[in-house]
Design a protein around this ligand. Structure first.
Ligand code: ATP
Ligand code: MG
Length: 170
């Protein structure tokens, strides 16, 4: 087994408080440890409803802080990430949640996200250059910029909005 890990989750817990003043404590994630190797792989976390999968995913994405434990991304402690580390992490890791329609603002055209991603994450500031990159990538997926332009999230099928993720990952 490789010792080269992309992600190391070490003894992570998340305790939520509810009831009066949050006095009743509930462990949504209870001392989870696992390693993901730094190589292309599909890694699945399965478990019954409410066992803490989404909470763990939100911790990994930095959306919520764990109550205890340590997370290492590429051997760096994620709780001590500098803003540059955070930016690099966001370039490499994208979350896709259970409902893809939740990810997008229904009043914002989908191409806006594609141009924002091309500019902010790939440094393509020139409109023509960004358009070409987006078009090439969409064509790779069997679509084109012409098919997408002017459309809102509801005008796509359930899987199509996830193209943004593919664009970032290519
Ligand atoms: N913000 C929160 N405050 C309090 N409790 C929470 C919060 N978020 C999740 N929980 C609780 O933590 C537990 C784990 O929730 P989580 O959403 O992580 O489950 P899950 O494994 O993703 O479930 P599912 O398969 O249904 O999506 C649940 O009991 C849930 O009610
Ligand atoms: Mg869930």
């Amino acid at each position: 087994m490789s010792e080269n890990f992309m992600l190391q989750i070490m003894d992570i817990s998340k305790i939520f408080g509810y009831g009066f003043l949050g006095r009743i404590k509930f462990p949504a994630v209870d001392r989870v440890s696992l390693n993901m190797e730094d190589e292309p792989k599909i890694f699945t976390i399965a478990g019954e409803s409410g066992c803490g999968k989404t909470t763990l995913a939100r911790i990994i994405l930095g959306m919520i802080e764990p109550s205890s434990g340590t997370l290492l991304y590429k051997n760096k402690n994620m709780q001590k990430f500098s803003s540059k580390d955070k930016m690099l992490f966001l370039k490499e890791v994208q979350g896709v949640f259970q409902d893809p329609y939740d990810t997008f603002n229904p009043l914002k055209r989908v191409e806006t996200y594609l141009y924002e991603a091309a500019r902010n994450l790939l440094g393509l500031k020139d409109y023509g250059e960004a358009s070409k990159y987006i078009d090439d990538t969409l064509k790779f997926m069997g679509l084109s910029l012409k098919d997408v332009k002017g459309k809102y999230p509801r005008e796509f099928s359930g899987g199509e909005p996830l193209l943004k993720i593919r664009i970032l990952r290519r």
